[in-house]
Design a protein around this ligand. Sequence first.
Ligand code: FRU
Length: 673
Amino acid sequence: MIPLLAMLLQNGDLLIADFEGKDYGAWKATGAAFGAGPAPGTLPNQMAVEGFLGKGLVNSYLGGDAATGTLTSPPFKIERAAINFLIGGGEHPGETCLNLLLDGKVIRTSTGRDAERLEAESWDVAEFLGRTVALEIVDTHKGGWGHVNVDQIVQSDKALKSGPAARDVEITGRYLHLPVRTKAPKRRMKVLLGGTVVREFEIELADEKPEFWAFLEVGAWKGKTLRLEAPGAGLEAVTQGDAIRGEEPAQRPAFHFTSRRGWLNDPNGLVYHKGEWHLYYQHNPYGWNWGNMHWGHAVSKDLLRWEELPIALYPPRFGDWAFSGSAVVDAANTSGWKSGDDDVLVGAFTSTGRGECVIYSNDRGRTWKEYEGNPVVKHRGRDPKLIWHAPTKRWVMAVYNEDEGKRRIAFHSSPDLKAWTFHSFLDGYFECPDLFELPLDGDRSKTKWVLYAADGKFQLGAFDGQVFTPEGPKQTVWHGHFYAAQTYDNAPDGRRIQIGWAQNANFPGLPFNQQMTIPVELTLRSTDEGPRVFVWPVKEVETLRGGGASGRSSGPRRPGQTPFASTDTERGDFRFKLETGPVERFEFDVRGVPVVYDVAKAELSCKGKSAPLKPIKGEIQLRILVDRGSIEVFGNEGRVALSVGGILPKRTFALTAVASKDYSATIEHDEFK
Ligand code: FRU
């Protein structure tokens, strides 16, 4: 590969501007967008600007996205066949652009591609040799994301390869294999069928050795020719086949959900239907980091063993991403969308380009159709959670709203999932609401409503279908790597089952990133502090036992004696009842990661994350679930839970205690298959 700098400064090139000075020199600025001189790279509140040369560049974000202006060069003579430059920013022709002017008329123009990264571009200007021209950098774009980044403008005898590289591929397999190298320049990739863009996304396309192969589902186009477009050399390496490419990594979590490739965050559309637990999820299929939001899809019969299905929601166009949402079974067909024998599933998600949108599926959640009246709610907000409110016979949408600069949950209702009426706000909650009812101590005649937000904080209260009335303080059960949880619609036997995103459980070096937490069942119990929510791993976890070593032991332990030592435990379920009185602290070595219960502080901690946990009657109970990429600790039957994720370095599990005299311990462990 030729380094960019060498490509840009070839022998005989004439530099027009490199924007390395304190001011613009002889260039003239109008308006506020360009400030008094070049920007020193990325500006405050701006996403990282990359791909410019040296220290400075033209960056019209200087005045914020709203400011406008122009920056015009002094006249110069065209002395070479090409003008080469770097450009990034908004793709708004005529509004965020670099223009070449001849006698005041625009004869060449270019924009960025809606990315902060500057890409090399070239104009063929041979026909204007000897003419006097000027350059004009423009930002007249108002409203929304739109500014222009320009750097390193040179006259050259040699045009840079301009425009996107393209490749035509006749489709014979289910998947195109795309080479990815995290931190390679982000490229905008387009896939066209007969001239129409059918997919468009950003990808860190590997020009050299890929770190992993992402896949693009193309089975629907077998026998057709797709045109792939992306700058750089990465397209050359694209292959195709009926299976995804690359070895299955040995470190992939065994009973926690991870995506085969790419990034995941929030669980979406959790719904039980015809024996299947559906797990849709925020997904970047083409990269290890967040981006290109799609809804991935997996199903399971037991919440632990997942089968990945084709992507459920593709963004309709670049920039209109499918953000979080939910799904329900419309058993009474209130929507009228049922077309077969099965109940119709209805989902709601945030289209970042449109608003809250409704979709439905008549093929067991495999494919979804959009309601033609979308969006059904338009506001500054996201993450619609649908529920059926039986007393008022209405659907309710609890959705995050930030109109008027507030962070709050909005409640809307609908008879048919199409026409929605706004009712009320509840202030002080951020993102991904969940709303559900729990029986107190199992008594279905005594229930409380729960309003849950992304950070795991929730509120008990009353809900009449329109207004949520809080009762008591905000509570938290989950601590550590846990975010944007959601509970299942239509779970059998009145179970309330929740899955969260183990946020920041990073898997460096693997072809996927992030995982879901273990599914838990929620219950509401009376405690001496009032009604409290408890979380407990679903009973299906017990089906994983019996594959490896197991043991039960009970009785007094001496100070200095190791209460529990196991040398080789990749995954399993460990349960402890420990007398705390004579003990300062319990220290677990969970696959090389210390988990500590500090008796004086009444606190459980791991990797800088902690959860308060008071002994009850001189004893604490801990249940630890260990997988290849996570530790989850449940304290006192699920009064608190602590989630910590990431690759675990060792295959060991042990417990030591710092104690002054004998204490009693009951220990049960079951390694998993
Ligand atoms: C929460 C969240 C949601 C949004 C989604 C985008 O993690 O920011 O609010 O819908 O992720 O991926």
